[in-house]
Design a binder for this molecule. Structure first.
Ligand code: NDP
Length: 432
């Protein structure tokens, strides 16, 4: 909007970059890369390499990640500058439909439009005794030392990604999940595959249980009492039980902006709130809480409000990835969602051990699954759990978004030898 010649100011209370750059996707992915080396060192042996001397140093990784995050944040600041955007280092609180108050400076600023893009924060179950002895994902990036053991509460994206990171770095890792199989919302076969593969790789998963209480011990460890009567003594407990919109104390009620029961800003397809001059995009609206979605919502806002091109983010068929091990990539409908929508289905599935894993003696298997509408032959969903699934799903998402049929997938010649070629070689549907 600044580049369009409008006067724009951004109020930022901490550091430019947001959750993704500062304490989410970016630093997380760097930790994941680091954690993958331990498996690579084990896999290397049959390829002729011996790396018995490998040592890991947490402060080196932590500080380098921190430096990289700061470098990226600086680039964002530079870009804002170049777009003639004024960055105000302060917390803004909405005063009325056109005014925000800057809490440190104490002055008020008015604008024709206010865009709320404040994201969310890690949620802690405040009703659990001793919950404050647990850390959140934000704290996990800053630990003084790597724990010898960790208990992670939750079975979603953050729980599994951090379980993968810590396990890969040699930490004794346990996940405690209240449901039966991790990754609710994903296809049931992906959930079972990831659940089993993570356990096989050494992450302990306790299902159907929650943490009832955490107590500090004299030796610096924490004693977690679980709902299944178990007790665990661990170095750290990590809460990964979801995130909540950052609307507390934001003053939206001063302008009469409607929030939902989770505290998220209620918006229409054009990210408009019930107040004509106030808009909201990203996690604060709790639609699909992913960075590229927030960016698209923001682009649609600019197109609609400043370029006279009414535009709305299409929230259908958004691909997503979980950077656990095995990693997950999914786009479109799961088998159960497709059936619930009334589709008659043909299901194509393959599981295999990638060539590299067979040679290395690595037991990890890959699962690929296509959910196909029996009447139209359209591929409604693609689900992958295995190495490089996030990279594969980005490309598969183009085909799903374009509405291609299984016959068109099959007409695409394989690239050999790759794991991805299996996606165009699934000949026969599985019997149901
Ligand atoms: P998720 O919603 O993915 O998972 C939360 C987990 O915590 C679920 O397993 C949930 O169980 C469990 N849970 C919720 N409340 C409680 C409770 N009171 N007691 C015990 N367990 C509980 O949240 P995350 O925190 O993992 O991530 C937040 C969001 O951030 C994600 O949904 C995603 O949108 C985004 N994200 C995306 C990433 C990516 O794209 N790779 C990476 C990280 C985050 P149940 O399943 O039963 O509800």
């Amino acid at each position: 909007v600044g580049k369009l010649g409008k006067r724009v100011a951004v109020a930022e209370q901490v550091q430019v970059g947001g959750t993704c750059v500062l304490r989410g996707c970016v630093p997380k992915k760097l930790l994941v890369y680091s954690s993958e080396f331990s498996q690579s060192f084990r896999d290397a042996k049959n390829f002729g390499w011996s790396v018995d001397w490998a040592r890991f140093d947490w402060p080196t990784l932590r500080d380098n990640v921190h430096k990289e995050v700061n470098r990226l944040s600086d680039i964002y600041s530079t870009n804002l500058n170049a777009a003639n955007v004024e960055v105000i280092e302060d917390r803004a609180i909405v005063q009325d439909a056109h005014t925000v108050r800057l809490t440190r400076e104490g002055r008020s600023v008015t604008a024709e439009r206010i865009l709320i893009a404040v994201g969310g924060h890690t949620y802690r179950p405040t009703d659990i005794k001793g919950q404050e002895y647990g850390i959140t994902s934000t704290d996990a990036f800053l630990l003084d030392e790597l724990p010898a053991s960790i208990l992670i509460a939750g079975g979603g994206y953050i729980a599994l990604e951090f379980a993968t990171v810590f396990a890969g770095l040699g930490v004794e890792t346990t996940v405690i999940y209240r449901g039966e199989r991790v990754l609710r919302g994903f296809d049931h076969e992906v959930r079972a595959h990831v659940h089993n593969e993570m356990q096989r790789a050494g992450v302990k998963i306790i299902s159907g249980a929650t943490i009832g209480e955490i107590a500090p011990l004299a030796n610096g460890k924490k004693l977690a009492s679980l709902s299944n009567s178990m007790q665990m003594e661990v170095d750290q407990v990590l809460w990964a039980v979801g995130r909540a919109p950052n609307t507390n104390g934001l003053g939206l009620e001063n302008a009469g902006v409607v929030l939902n029961e989770r505290g998220a800003v209620v918006v229409d397809a054009h990210s408009r709130t019930n107040v004509p001059s106030i808009f909201a995009v990203g996690d604060v609206t709790d639609r699909v809480n992913l960075t590229p979605v927030a960016i698209r919502e923001a682009v649609a806002f600019v197109n609609t409000e400043y370029l006279d091109k009414p535009d709305a983010m299409d929230h259908a068929d958004i691909a997503s990835a979980v950077f656990c091990s095995p990693s997950v990539g999914a786009v479109g409908l799961s088998e159960e969602d497709a059936r619930a929508k009334g589709h008659k289905l043909r299901i194509f599935r393959t599981t295999f051990r990638a060539m590299k894993n067979v040679f290395a003696g690595n037991e990890q298997r890959t699962l690929m699954k296509l959910v196909v509408d029996q009447n139209t032959d359209r591929v409604l969903g693609v689900h992958i759990a295995g190495q490089d699934a996030p990279e594969m799903i980005q490309l598969a998402a183009i085909a799903v978004k374009a509405g291609l049929t299984k016959a068109q997938w099959d007409a695409t010649c394989a690239v050999h030898p790759t794991a991805a070629e299996e996606l165009v070689l699934m000949g026969e549907p599985v019997a149901h």
